[in-house]
Design a protein around this ligand. Structure first.
Ligand SMILES: Cc1cc2nc3c(=O)[nH]c(=O)nc-3n(C[C@H](O)[C@H](O)[C@H](O)COP(=O)(O)OP(=O)(O)OC[C@H]3O[C@@H](n4cnc5c(N)ncnc54)[C@H](O)[C@@H]3O)c2cc1C
Length: 290
């Protein structure tokens, strides 16, 4: 495997355009090294894009409404950034559970989006945040696409071989919003999620839920938004415990898991409902967790 470090963004894009599917970007290499070793990804030319300044920006817009994170910003740097802790607590909570310190020192959002695993943890949080992905190419300059449309299947995305993921952007979470990241795996760290769930909620003073975003990981071919559950919880007045449990149970029908070596489809369905119920009980009303 040949690795080259382009001198700048223009050179990286030119190399991708010239080599097509024979060249691929490499960021933290935490997925690349595993897949190359297992013989799954045989790519003649890897482009080390970690140090490209354009892919290492981390900023909030002047009006405080939008956060932009470069595709090559390592998770560890994100976790040290007070602005993200204040304005994107869901993503910070999620990133803290990705691998352990070594993976967080190297891994990136661009890599999580590049691999596009249905169990990609950052992908689930970005989905709940309704983030957009920036795709850069020599031919077209830039285009932005919603993260839900960006991933089309397990490991499949709309990214063309000549395109580089430049950044992700999303609206900041307002202070009145509550959010929660939950991940069920065989161990506390260094394990692929069996089921994961990102929750965002906003409530009126009276307790009615006005905004809900639920994004499940590892229970379908891509990260899945539980839109029926979101609609159910925003359709009623202040939800009581019975209502919260029934919304949680609806998740059964929202997810489409498969059985694999980590868990059966039925177990994943049960756990999806359990995680949503538990999360709702935790965030709304202080009832004891499900
Ligand atoms: C021990 C271990 C534990 C892990 N734990 C977790 C976990 O808990 N949760 C989780 O979600 N993942 C986990 N992972 C997977 C991995 O760490 C993450 O997916 C990480 O985000 C990958 O980022 P990276 O920068 O290392 O990607 P890389 O390995 O460099 O790249 C991955 C893919 O993305 C592409 N890519 C990278 N950057 C770009 C770009 N800018 N534009 C276009 N394509 C790009 C590459 O070509 C490649 O196809 C784990 C991996 C290991 C080895």
């Amino acid at each position: 495997m040949q690795v080259v470090r382009p001198a700048g963004l223009a050179e990286a894009l030119a190399l991708l355009a010239a080599h097509g599917a024979d060249a691929r970007p490499l960021a933290g290499a935490t997925d690349v090294m595993v897949r190359v070793k297992e013989g799954q990804w045989q790519v003649p030319l890897w482009l080390d894009i970690r140090r490209l300044p354009e892919l290492n920006e981390l900023k909030i817009s002047d009006d405080g409404a939008t956060v932009t994170i470069g595709a090559a910003v390592p998770y560890g740097r994100m976790l040290r950034e007070p602005m993200l802790a204040a304005h994107a607590p869901l993503l910070c909570q999620t990133v803290r559970t990705i691998g352990a310190a070594q993976i967080q020192a190297m891994g990136t959002l661009g890599g999580n989006l590049g691999t596009a695993s249905p169990a990609g943890d950052a992908l689930a949080a970005l989905n709940a945040l309704e983030a957009e992905v920036q795709l850069l190419s020599a031919a077209d300059g830039e285009r932005w696409i919603g993260v839900e449309r960006y991933v089309t299947g397990p490991g499949r995305t709309v990214r063309r071989p000549d395109e580089l993921i430049g950044a992700v952007r999303f609206a900041t979470q307002p202070p009145e919003e509550s959010s929660l990241w939950q991940k069920l795996g065989p161990r506390g760290a260094q394990a692929i999620s069996i089921v994961s769930l990102a929750i965002r909620l906003r409530r009126e003073d009276g307790g009615r839920v006005t905004f809900a975003r639920f994004a499940f990981g590892a229970v379908g071919p891509t990260v899945l938004r539980a839109r029926r559950c979101e609609a159910a919880i925003t359709a009623v007045g202040a939800p009581d415990e019975v209502m919260l449990r029934s919304v949680g149970q609806l998740a059964w029908r929202e997810v489409a898991p498969i059985s694999d070596i980590r868990a059966t489809a039925e177990y994943r369905q049960q756990m999806a409902a359990a995680l949503l119920t538990r999360g709702l009980l935790h965030l709304l009303g202080g009832q004891r967790d499900g």
